[in-house]
Design a protein around this ligand. Sequence first.
Ligand code: HAM
Length: 423
Amino acid sequence: MSGDRDAFRAPIGTRDVLAPESDRWQALVAAFAGRANRAGFGMLVTPVFENIEVVQKLGSTTDVVRKELYDFEDKGGRRLALRADGTASVARAFVQHRPVLPWKVWYVAPNFRYERPQKGRYRQHWQVGVEVLGVEDPTVDVEVIALASGFYRELGLERYRLSVNSMGDAESRAAYRDVLVSYWRDNAAALGDELERAEANPLRILDSKRTDWAELIDGAPKVGDYLTSTSADQFVQVQDGLRALGIDFVVEPRLVRGLDYYTGTTFEFASEALDAAQNAIGGGGRYDRLAEDMGGPATPGIGFGIGIERVLIACDAEGVFAAGDRGLDAFVVDLVGGTEPLVIVEELRSAGLAVDRAYGARAMKRQFAAADKSGARFGLILGAKELDAGLVGVKDLESGEQVEVPRGEIVAWLQSRKDDTSR
Ligand code: HAM
């Protein structure tokens, strides 16, 4: 740490989210929660750290596990890691609690990966996501993809592409793995030091962004050619379902995704408004072996994670989902001090009105400036003369029009304006 000034800054690759940006977060999470709830998902909250074995299930050959884990030993000597995604924790919670199937959960949580930070790539990033445990029917694959797609549309995004692929079942994967390993061995010279890794996890090379490998990767066998008839049938059903719902997609045979637990359907949403290196605004797929791999009963699973920071960058690039005002009904300008303004503000808030105020008996002009800035619909002016006469001054902050309302009627007066949606 170079000097004390750096000590008191957010760590590299992390960000504070202040209003009004945080207002957008709040709105985004609310939109996601509403959509997930309406589709029968319940919220799941899991710890931010897990036993390291849980997080390692993302795959021993993945970058996330090999290079990017935030792992540590606690004071009791336990090996722990900060969560790197939502899925491992959901699968762990499933194995632990054995909820009734199907188990449909949604989450919003931070994830930690020691990556090289840049715009849209952070060491702590947030995801909203869903997971469904216990459903084999490919209908659920379509529903899960439709949920993500509908969510992007709700935010106003249009310039993104959905890629889908199938990794096949265990049998398909084993067959594909073998041909892929032979292919990498045949091209050992091009792979150099990476051959060993390619042999350990032949799929990993396919999603490499190395430009000097582009041709090699292009020529590699495609997973689609090695699917068993069951896997191929399921993939066709997923595609038919997406078409029936009018969801555009491309089949991308190279889409293997960066984590090892995937089986069957995989998908990714890429924003065309972002740089290619971090244009994924969400992705997911099936992981039919993960629960069993963690010592639970064999249970299929599918879900996705959507990066909140990335989605908001994509929204900015498309000029959609701007921060709205917070919808204050009134801003109280306090010219009298004492407890009466305190009581009035509390009364208004208790009645369900959104109210902010100025503090410390500042000059009237500055209080009005604060009222204007707040975006509130009305300024309530609490002056000594008016209050003595049992009145409150009310100024429409848009039109500038000013009236006086009896103190005892102010709640009802503001409420009737709130209900008036003609504005
Ligand atoms: P993932 O593709 O690693 O999948 O991450 C999901 C999304 O999180 C990405 O599409 C991206 O929007 C965002 N994201 C990932 N890493 C970063 C980062 N370093 N900075 C900013 N945003 C990032 C998963 O995590 C799987 N758990 C998804 C899933 C759920 N699969 C099945 N169920």
